[in-house]
Write a protein that binds this ligand. Structure first.
Ligand SMILES: NC(=O)C1=CN([C@@H]2O[C@H](COP(=O)(O)OP(=O)(O)OC[C@H]3O[C@@H](n4cnc5c(N)ncnc54)[C@H](OP(=O)(O)O)[C@@H]3O)[C@@H](O)[C@H]2O)C=CC1
Ligand SMILES: CC(=O)C(=O)O
Ligand SMILES: [Mg+2]
Length: 589
């Protein structure tokens, strides 16, 4: 393929495989993944030069345009004379970001960068992942969603509201990118632990997809954030003059189901069988149903139910090295019996069943859940939602978590309630009274909703807890020793998991792929990490980790006959790495 620029027309450069399709899996798919037409990104055939080039975030390099590029692309005079390299731009941006004391200002600055210079945004995020993940993701994205209307600048995804009913296929065609590989969709009803944020939930698909690219290497142009707006029951938002969504109560029942069905059909019609659809932050009364309804006809994945389960199982497998025994030797108590709680519980039961050959109906018996009404027990069965019923074991009713802890004596306590401060001193001390090393996970997001803080977990257990949380906590010094809490967040899983599905051309998801992802993640924890009490590997290596997760997920998909990309690449880790998007600037000469 020819490279460079002719009369101001940018065409792909031969040394950069990321040009056609922007780098990533599409390049290696060949013909079976997309039509010829889809493979041609708009800029390869359109004039992009001068001022237009500077205004296009996909190609803009700002001061990093070289002298020759400035001449060739009619940029003379449009930029100050100085020429920077990408590293210097990164240094300057990090310096500027660190000046902002208000976290939301950092979020806004990052979003502005994403819309100004996409490659620099991803380079910055990848190179400073520990520092910037909390900005573009939890906890700050939570506040951003709460205030999304007042900080709204430009649409970063597709808004599909009840007004678009009957026209969703047309709406999808309005999106400028055509070869989409992954959609993250929300209806905004359960945004983190912050409740119904309606249309302003858009911050979540946008943030998750940034991670698909930064952590999993899926190219940005293949990612589509979608918010389905069926109204909101959040009175505060309905009365907020800056609210950006439909001002009506949520549509439910048939009206809701029809809109979602039209969306699911339109997506498949527009993007094909292998489009990955990740459901995110739906309320549980829709989440389980949507997953069950579409898992046989679409490539769907619910991150809150399944991704969370996989990351927590990985943490538990790793924790065994520190606490001893097998998973089957442990007992588990959850605060919160919704998507995350029952999703994790089921995957643990499945893993134990696979390892012991004990039927899953039996392995579930060592897992207990508490919801807002108390311990889930058999006498409540009739009134329980269907997803709680497998966990309604024989036991007398117990109202309070503290009493449940004393009655069950779990070795592992997991918070998925969405309610902060619910692991009280009494509860944590009780865990420490009958466990040498109590495993305590406070998974609720954002930080304000964490069941307890890292500091509380270490102090109340006198430094004996194996602790992880959904949102990050800083290291804690206790009794002269520094404890580094793990971050049990599905961000460890979904980017690599999705990459594995995409690169193998998987057509349907299978629970065994979640188990494979958990095992792959747990295997990345080194002896050095364990020595520091860590049960998750540091995020600094996340791209390497994602490649390994992707490889295991793809391998499982091939084994199950669900992968359509043939022949199977021999070395799946190398293949995953070769598929990953690189944010390094391209040469436009
Ligand atoms: N770390 C991570 O990667 C992830 C974290 N999460 C976090 O988990 C939390 C829950 O999410 P999700 O499972 O989807 O939400 P759901 O709404 O599906 O479930 C919440 C559960 O918590 C229960 N609950 C609520 N308040 C209390 C209380 N005071 N005491 C006891 N139980 C209570 C609810 O009870 P009832 O059923 O009776 O209403 C329900 O069973 C959120 O904060 C979310 O951010 C979610 C996904 C991933
Ligand atoms: C992390 C995540 O998916 C959640 O809190 O909902
Ligand atoms: Mg979520």
């Amino acid at each position: 393929m020819d490279s460079g620029l002719t009369n101001g027309v940018l065409v792909p450069s031969a040394d950069d495989k990321s040009v056609v399709g922007g780098g990533g899996v599409e390049d290696v798919y060949g013909e079976d993944s997309a039509t010829e037409d889809q493979l041609v990104t708009p800029w390869t055939v359109s004039v992009a030069s001068g001022y237009t080039l500077l205004r296009d975030p996909r190609f803009n390099k700002g001061l990093a345009f070289s002298e020759n590029e400035r001449d060739a692309h009619y940029l003379r005079g449009l930029l100050p004379p100085s020429v920077s390299c990408q590293e210097l731009q990164e240094k300057r941006l990090m310096h500027n970001l660190r000046q902002y004391e208000v976290p939301l200002q950092r979020y806004i600055a990052m979003m502005d960068l994403q819309e100004r210079n996409e490659r620099l945004f991803y380079k910055l995020l990848i190179d400073n992942v520990e520092e910037l993940l909390p900005v573009v993701y939890t906890p700050v994205v939570g506040e951003a969603c709460q205030k999304y209307g007042s900080i709204f600048r430009r649409p970063q995804g597709l808004f599909i509201s009840l007004k678009e009913k009957g026209k969703i296929l047309e709406v999808l065609k309005n999106w400028p990118e055509r070869s989409i590989q992954v959609i993250v969709v929300t209806d905004g009803e359960r945004i983190l632990g912050l409740g119904d944020l309606g249309c302003q939930g858009m911050g979540i698909p946008v943030g998750k997809l940034s991670l698909y690219t930064a952590l999993g290497g899926v190219r940005p142009s293949a990612c589509l954030p979608v918010t389905i707006d069926v109204g909101t029951n959040n009175e505060k938002l309905l009365n907020d003059e800056f609210y950006i969504g439909l001002r009506q109560k949520r549509a439910t029942g048939q009206e809701y189901a029809e809109l979602l069905h039209e969306f699911m059909c339109a997506v498949k019609q527009n993007y094909g069988e292998k489009i990955l659809i990740q459901f995110e932050d739906f309320a549980n009364h829709n989440a389980f149903e949507l997953l069950a309804k579409y898992r046989t006809t679409h490539l769907v994945f619910n991150d809150d139910i399944q991704g969370t389960a996989s990351v927590v199982l990985a943490g538990l497998i790793a924790a065994l090295k520190l606490v001893g025994g097998t998973l089957a030797d442990h007992s588990f108590l959850f605060l919160g019996a919704g998507e995350a709680g029952t999703g994790i519980a089921e995957l643990i039961a499945l893993e134990i069943s696979k390892r012991t050959n004990i039927p899953v109906e039996e392995t579930r018996k060592k897992i207990w859940l508490v919801d807002s009404k108390g311990l889930v027990v058999s006498s409540r069965k009739e009134s329980l939602q269907h997803f709680k019923r497998p966990w309604a074991h024989e036991h007398e009713p117990v109202k309070e978590l503290f009493d449940a802890v004393k009655a069950i004596k779990p070795t592992v306590l997991i918070g998925t309630s969405g309610v902060g401060k619910t692991f009280t001193k009494d509860v944590v001390e009780a865990m420490a009274s009958f466990n040498e090393k109590p495993v305590i996970f406070a998974l609720s997001n954002p930080t304000s909703q964490a069941e307890c803080t890292a500091e509380e977990a270490y102090e109340w257990t006198k430094g004996r807890a194996i602790f992880a949380s959904g949102s990050p906590f800083n290291p804690v010094e206790y009794n002269g020793k520094v404890f580094v809490p793990g971050q049990a967040n599905n961000a460890y899983i979904f980017p690599g998991f999705g990459l594995g599905l995409i690169m193998s051309g998987t057509i349907r998801m299978h629970d065994d792929m979640l188990l494979a992802a958990s095992e792959a993640l747990a295997a990345q924890v080194t002896e050095e990490n364990y020595a520091k009490g860590l049960i998750y590997p540091p995020l600094t290596n996340i791209r390497e980790i994602s490649a390994r997760i992707a490889a295991k997920v793809a391998a499982k998909s091939y084994e199950l006959g669900l992968a359509s990309r043939l022949p199977r690449p021999k070395d799946l880790v190398k293949f995953a790495e070769s598929c990953m998007y690189s944010p390094v600037y391209r040469n436009y000469l």
